[in-house]
Design a protein around this ligand. Sequence first.
Ligand SMILES: N[C@@H](CCC(=O)N[C@@H](CS)C(=O)NCC(=O)O)C(=O)O
Length: 180
Amino acid sequence: MAARHLGINLEEVSASDGPDAPDLIGSNPLGRIPMLIRNGEMPLCDSVAIMHFFDRLTEGRLYPRSPDQRAEAEMLEALCDGITDSLLSITYERRLRPEEKIYQPWIDRHWLKVARGLDYLEKHTPKTDKALNGGHFALAALIGYLHLRYAGRWSVGRPQLAAWPRQFSALFREQMKTAA
Ligand SMILES: N[C@@H](CCC(=O)N[C@@H](CS)C(=O)NCC(=O)O)C(=O)O
């Protein structure tokens, strides 16, 4: 999304994140997506590192210049990334362990982080009246994942957050048109 927003041309390649993903592991020992493969340069892993690389590539178009606003955008980004990591921990606990070994207190601990994080975002829903930044893309990715795995559940009692993707999409489309 961030690359598209900035007009950076990427070839999207699907990769399995399973243990038998030699292409992925060849570039990233962690075997995780997303990965950015660059011609003749070191590959980059982790969505935050990749977005900060895009920011440098475009001379600062992905994060605000003012230190306070930048800190706000990076806090939003870190929070959304952390919530997504907790959701993934829950997914893997359920998916990878034999049923009798699933440890519910681990799931509950992460779910508490997710719920607190989403409640914080409900109270501090980011404005989308200016340029989109890395924090907005991290939130869009988080909500995309929530839609995929927790559709209809995460948004109950969080109307601001539930309405946010529509505002984000409208601004995304508008800024794509302006850039074209
Ligand atoms: N915080 C990281 C999370 C990356 C991540 O955990 N990706 C998942 C897929 S959504 C993955 O590749 N999991 C495979 C694994 O951990 O083995 C980021 O945003 O890049």
